[in-house]
Design a protein around this ligand. Structure first.
Ligand code: FAD
Length: 475
């Protein structure tokens, strides 16, 4: 980037021709920008969010899953690529592009060093949540600190960032990028660049788009991350003969506190009490085995389960005996000395809830309660069963939390090859359009999720996209 460009204002910056234009301002975009600038390319990032909210869903993250052979001072090792591959196969049920997935896992071995070179710092995994000390590198200060480090490095290299700048149109001819229309401050600018990197996330923040697949139920979803991932760039690409990948209805969704904000609630709104009590819908009926497995292995199915319930709401109930067994909730629970009193506070039918609790309590088979193992406390003779940690709810006060589906990110994306090139519907790779991060994660994640792999996919493909976009532009 010529030093003269670094001194100009946003309006002037939008008039330049760049080697590489990047849509989005999260981890994938920054990995691409830094890599492209290191390869000698001039780079412009257009980020839809204002500076204070930059960084998309990456801002909410805590860790990244990386393969390594020996461990290091922070990661207790080893976590070989082969084991990572087995883990991925298990969660996706084989619905993954093997070539791209293996590339992701192999390149993940470089990320620890690469991110540290860009100023990102790591810390040991936090205890008491998920057991990830061997597999996941935790960012010191979380995703926000990671992004601050990446933005600092990018800007020191002359990467230009314009905030509150949204890509609203793309000109693509014969599979090649020509220009992007960018809306900023109520004015549209046509930006030309030699290469284009799409790193603008999924469409999880567009309730209208979610409604296409989920119907009116989508109005009751809460979006855990940024309100800026509305899928504009994804839609523009798919409307311009780009090949789609992934099931539009597949997404990562967890059950979160129903009182969380519509957007950007982040990780603190998660509730970990489910295995220790019962969960009922708004008919006061149980609908799934709350003790099927350890919570970290099951929490990602509960978003979908709640989404299938009437009005997309459920209620997790515990008694005083379980209150201190999980991470405290960010919002205090409703509480009452009686089940009927709790029912009223949660707007549930007291008679029905009493019946559900009595039936559950009577079905609890005496066993040795132990939250650390698959214990022997289970129900007998009821449907659905509770397979572990089933104890009668008898110790007042009784507590209740409303649950809603919390959408983390969607899986519908654009198809790419091993050079992060976007694949067109005729099967050819675009010469100068590349994609990284959530917008192409569906190539690797056909379904299911492995904690920390979102940041791995974004980092690996961000670096590849940056390298290839610069290579194309420079030649
Ligand atoms: C609460 C929460 C916790 C998570 N925790 C983890 C974790 O610990 N580890 C992990 O691996 N994954 C985690 N994830 C998933 C992870 O956030 C994503 O996989 C990852 O951040 C994707 O990076 P990205 O750069 O592709 O997208 P994002 O970081 O979402 O960036 C997309 C960017 O595109 C911008 N944008 C959107 N539309 C436009 C447009 N039209 N024009 C210009 N810019 C646009 C947005 O403003 C945003 O900056 C979490 C997600 C959430 C919501």
């Amino acid at each position: 980037m010529p030093s003269s460009v670094a001194m100009i204002n946003d309006q002037q910056a939008l008039r330049h021709h760049y080697d590489v234009l990047i849509a989005g301002g999260g981890n994938a975009a920054l990995c691409a920008a830094i890599t492209a600038s290191k390869a000698g390319a001039s780079v412009l990032i257009v980020e839809a969010a204002p500076k204070a909210l930059r960084g998309g869903n990456s801002r909410h993250t805590r860790n990244m899953r990386v393969a390594h052979d020996v461990g290091n001072g922070i990661l207790t090792g080893p976590y070989p690529v082969a084991e990572y591959w087995d883990d991925l196969l298990r969660v996706t049920g084989g619905q993954t592009d093997e070539q791209l997935a293996r590339l992701t896992l192999e390149c993940s071995t470089e990320l620890w060093d690469w991110h540290r070179q860009q100023g990102v710092r790591f810390q040991p995994s936090l205890s008491g949540t998920l057991s990830l000390g061997r597999t996941n590198a935790f960012f010191l200060g979380g995703g926000k600190a990671l992004l601050n480090a990446l933005y600092r490095t990018a800007s020191s290299r002359g990467v230009r960032v314009v905030y509150e700048a949204k890509v609203v149109d793309l000109t693509i001819t014969d599979g090649a990028f020509r220009s992007a229309m960018v809306l900023t401050n109520q004015a549209e600018h046509e930006i030309t660049a030699s290469s284009f990197v799409a790193a603008a996330g999924g469409f999880e923040a567009s309730i209208e788009w979610l409604t296409e697949y989920w119907g009116q139920a989508a109005n009751n979803f809460l979006i855990r991350g940024t309100p800026y991932n509305r899928g504009e760039v994804l839609r523009l690409l798919l409307n311009n003969q780009v090949q789609a990948v992934g099931d539009p209805k597949q997404c990562h969704a967890v059950a979160i506190d129903g009182r969380a904000p519509k957007f950007d609630g982040g990780i603190v709104t998660r509730l970990d009490c489910v295995p220790f009590g019962i969960v009922v819908n708004n008919h006061a009926e149980r609908f799934y085995d709350e003790g099927e497995d350890f919570w970290p292995k099951r929490y990602a199915i509960w978003g979908r389960l709640v989404a299938m319930q009437p009005d997309q709401i459920a209620f997790a109930l515990i008694d005083a005996a379980s209150l201190n067994l999980f991470m405290p909730s960010v919002y205090p629970p409703e509480q009452s000395e009686t089940i009927e009193g709790l029912a009223k506070k949660l707007s549930l039918d007291p008679v029905r809830l009493r019946k559900t609790v009595d039936t559950f309590n009577a079905a609890c088979h005496p066993g040795r309660f132990d939250p650390a193992v698959h214990d022997t406390c289970r129900t007998e003779g009821i449907t659905p069963p509770k397979s572990h940690w089933a104890r009668p709810l008898t110790t007042p006060p009784f507590y209740g939390y409303p649950l809603r589906p919390g959408i983390t990110f969607t899986y519908l994306g654009v198809k790419v090859d091993t050079h992060a090139r976007i694949i067109m519907t005729d099967g050819n790779a675009s010469p100068n359009m590349f994609a990284a991060g959530e917008i192409m994660a569906g190539n690797v994640l056909g379904k299911g999720y492995l904690a920390g792999i979102g940041m791995t996919i974004g980092s690996v493909f961000g670096r590849i996209a940056g390298r290839e976009a610069a290579r194309y532009a420079r030649h």
